[in-house]
Design a protein around this ligand. Structure first.
Ligand code: SF4
Length: 387
């Protein structure tokens, strides 16, 4: 997200102070009590969260557990890390503090090293794999702690090779494929009309027909469940539910989802801060409110789209244009339509005939859907390529 023009991290403290942490804990606790919440998730995210000290996490978790458990509220801790700094000591700490770490890895060595490089320009794949193996060794055989991966799609790579790579790593619970962060101002991949769908569909076909699935693919599971009518499988990227995620920066700033930083320098900045605001106050902030209701507040095309309850207009940051703000379908509209249509068709084709007759559910027609999603006139004729 910081590769696309936002440089606000340069003027923020590198680490969160004790005072900020204390305010976060006090205010999230009162939010949970006021709203009768049985649990609350803290996701340590970066930057790279392993650059903070082990003591930071020990103090955070000790204070949080003492405060929350006393009120009968279960805190849950997760972390998104690039994996390069994972040592055996970190693994011990994850176990002790019950922090569930997920690793960012974009595919096999050449695919991953295409984008994920260190400050010296060197690929980081080998170091990520070392961290991953340490984590796997530590938690081998512990079902509650399976390793999850997050992978940004690189359409230059062969999709089946990447899928096989993840399978061959072994011991992976779930891979979450992310669409590259683009919008109508910055769109890196326009080689074909539907590059992301064309990348994911072969993976889906391979994965879907496997009798025993060795890895889960969150994106596919999400769409399958929503197609089958389980709307609780909505995520912040798709579906029809509210997005209950807030970002607290190291200086205490309360902001909307960090990926919105791709819309421009300082785009997520506002005057709300955990030092002088409650979490509820932040819901008054327009961008936070927009993200919270981003699957409800849709543009006209999305509102009348037959896929809207599943697609939800896509991920809010992917809808942005300077001309219309967020009043657009996702820049990945055709990809989403093609992928959802393909998954729906695959499921419905598995239904026995009597189930189809009984439910009246038939495969969606891609030609009709394509005609529908092709009506939209892009607000920007030229796309800027960002490396
Ligand atoms: S497929 Fe396109 S038009 Fe339909 S809801 Fe998704 S983004 Fe909107």
């Amino acid at each position: 997200m910081y590769n696309k023009g936002d440089g606000t991290f340069k003027s923020q403290p590198k680490f969160m102070s004790e005072n900020i942490v204390d305010n976060i804990l006090k205010k999230t606790l009162s939010h949970c009590v006021d709203n009768n919440l049985p649990s609350f998730m803290f996701a340590f995210h970066g930057g790279e969260p392993l650059l903070a000290s082990k003591q930071f996490y020990k103090d955070f978790v000790a204070k949080c557990n003492a405060m929350f458990l006393l009120k009968g509220i279960q805190p849950v801790y997760s972390m998104q890390t690039n994996g390069m700094l994972i040592t055996d000591e970190w693994c011990n700490l994850f176990e002790e503090l019950e922090i569930y770490a997920s690793i960012s890895i974009d595919g096999d060595k050449s695919t991953h090293d295409d984008y994920r490089i260190d400050f010296k320009g060197k690929g980081t794949y080998d170091r990520v794999i070392k961290g991953l193996r340490r984590l796997q060794r530590k938690f081998q055989g512990i079902d509650s702690y399976k390793v999850n991966l997050l992978s940004v799609i690189n359409t230059k790579a062969d999709p089946i090779e990447q899928y096989e790579h993840f399978r061959n790593l072994g011991g992976i619970n779930n891979v979450d494929f992310l669409f590259p962060d683009s919008n109508y101002e910055y769109n890196e991949i326009e080689a074909t009309e539907t590059p992301i769908a064309d990348y994911l569909i072969p993976i889906f076909d391979r994965w879907f027909c496997e009798e025993e699935k060795t890895i889960g693919i969150r994106l596919f599971k999400t769409f399958i469940n929503m197609i089958l009518g389980f709307e609780n499988f909505s995520t912040d990227s798709y579906g029809s539910l509210e997005n209950k995620i807030l970002v607290i920066e190291t200086d205490g700033a309360i902001e909307s989802v960090d990926v919105l930083k791709i819309c421009g320098h300082g785009f997520t900045k506002n005057d709300y801060n955990i030092l002088w605001n409650d979490l509820e106050d932040a819901l008054q902030e327009p961008l936070i409110d927009l993200y919270y209701y981003s699957h409800v507040n849709l543009c006209d095309q999305c509102k009348s789209c037959p896929l809207s309850t599943i697609c939800g207009g896509g991920y809010l940051p992917h809808r942005y244009s300077k001309l219309n703000g967020f009043d657009n379908p996702s820049v990945y509209c055709k990809d989403l339509a093609k992928l959802i249509c393909h998954i729906q068709n695959s499921i419905v084709n598995e239904f026995p005939n009597d189930v189809r007759e009984l439910t009246g559910i038939n495969p969606l027609n891609w030609d009709q859907l394509h005609a529908y999603v092709s009506q939209y006139q892009s607000p920007q004729k030229t796309a800027t390529v960002v490396g």
